[in-house]
Design a protein around this ligand. Structure first.
Ligand code: ZN
Length: 444
């Protein structure tokens, strides 16, 4: 470890109680997506106290702290063609997940930190503390953004409609932030999470591939009639719905293993009274797969199932498309991350090609536009999103993770940001901001 690395570790050590208290405060006041008002206020207070310039109310509840070198006369990083330094944006997710049975659930909303997002906030806070030291900052070429992001967990259709009235057009925090230009000056993104795949080691370095998804809310329209007197004059919306779902079940045999397709339905409504032929059914359908192409393909199959069933019975289909999250483009562990883990003597494993996470996250959207350096960590027990989830090892979940984050940032931005520039230049995006917005809008 060089002198600066020792200083970074010492800064985090000196503030360990503060970092832990911050994490626990957020854990004890869980808030659902786009409603993280208290979490945002506490985060802003924390970052201001640490000496950052802070912007608030980004995509409703987002908070952004920035630091930039003033002596911008120097050429940007190792690349002299590129004016300006590379920017690293460190993300902490603010939202909790609905889990009424969790002992720390909010009694009103049922939200609980059963996905460990409060630990990510501690990691971000710890790294922010480390880089508040002017001596440490002097060694960096580049700019840093600490971004508390709302609403990682999927928001249901009804709530989305209400959010649109508040100006949130895209369904998740990161997606909305891409749309509104929050990442316009970002070159590299850093994310972290508690382990999402079964990993025995304390740290898992890199970003494994992960499914994306798309959803739709389908309203099936039939015709009401007395269920006993003249059912022949009715068109049964429930029959259309069950037939469509049956067809989807039979279509499953065409799914390829390597596409990781998951297809699920929830019937929200199917008729009003038993004595009447149901004239309206509402179904939410979710399609997960490992590529955007497969998601679109399965979506067309699902649409054919609904249309075919409606045709057979003489009903009609109305659909509301609900764009979901994009798949993660896997990224193996970068040298800066591995070297930082080595320096700290961590027990770690690197992501291997073929590793797969069946969950979905809007980090996937970011990976389509930016290099996203990611690691996950242990220090918890119980099931993700389950009532028994809790952080059991504060050292691993909050402190060691913060150290790993901070040392990686330092390795990326030291020596004129060589490593950061290399990563930036080696990355080919699938979308830029404009084509991303067009893609999502086409789905809506
Ligand atoms: Zn999560």
């Amino acid at each position: 470890m060089d002198v600066t690395e020792k200083k970074i570790i010492a800064m985090i050590e000196a503030h360990r109680e503060e970092i832990i208290a911050f994490a626990e405060d957020i854990e004890n006041h869980p808030e659902p997506g786009f409603q993280e008002f208290r979490t945002a206020r506490k985060t802003a207070e924390f970052l201001k106290k640490t000496g950052y310039r802070v912007d608030e109310n980004i995509a409703l509840t987002g908070v952004k702290a920035s630091w930039e070198r003033q002596d911008t006369q120097e050429p940007g990083g190792a690349d002299r063609k590129n004016p300006g330094y590379p920017n690293i944006t460190v993300i902490g997710e603010m939202d909790a997940i609905g889990c009424h049975t969790h002992p720390k659930a909010d009694p009103q909303t049922g939200a609980a930190h059963a996905c460990g997002h409060h630990a990510q906030m501690a990691v971000m806070a710890g790294a922010a503390i480390a880089f508040s030291d002017p001596e440490i900052r002097k060694e960096l070429s580049g700019s840093l953004t600490f971004l508390a992001v709302p609403a990682e967990e999927y928001i249901d259709a009804d709530k989305r409609a209400a959010l649109r009235e508040k100006g949130i057009r895209f369904g998740s925090g990161k997606s909305e932030m891409i749309r509104t230009g929050v990442f316009d000056h970002t070159d590299i993104i850093m994310t972290t999470h508690v382990h999402m795949v079964d990993v025995q080691e304390d740290f898992y370095l890199g970003n494994p591939a992960c499914n994306g998804f798309d959803a739709e809310r389908v309203t099936v329209r039939g015709k009401a009639a007395h269920a006993a007197i003249d059912p022949w004059n009715g068109v049964n919306a429930l029959s259309i719905t069950t037939s469509a779902i049956q067809m989807m079940g039979l279509m499953r045999e065409t799914f390829r293993e390597e596409d990781h397709i998951r297809l699920h339905n929830v019937i929200r409504k199917a008729g009003d009274v038993v004595n009447s032929v149901p004239d309206e059914a509402v179904v939410e359908t979710k399609i997960r797969a490992s590529s955007l192409e497969r998601i679109q393909e399965v979506r067309q199959m699902v649409d054919r199932a609904y249309d075919g069933a409606a045709y057979a019975f003489g009903g009609t289909i109305e659909r509301e498309n609900l764009p979901g999250y994009m798949p993660i483009r896997p990224r193996m562990a970068d040298d800066a991350l591995i070297d930082a883990a080595e320096e700290l003597g961590l027990d770690y494993r690197k992501v291997q090609p073929g590793d797969f996470n069946n969950a979905c996250t809007d980090v996937g959207d970011l990976t389509q536009l930016f290099p996203v350096i990611n690691f996950t960590f242990r220090g918890f027990e119980g099931r993700l999103h389950g009532a028994d989830f809790r952080i059991t090892d504060k050292e691993k979940a909050y402190i060691l993770s913060a150290k790993l984050m901070a040392l990686t940032i330092y390795r990326l931005l030291r020596k004129k940001g060589e490593e950061a520039v290399k990563i930036k230049e080696g990355f080919t995006p699938v979308f830029d901001k404009q084509t991303y917005i067009e893609y999502i809008e086409k789905q809506m």
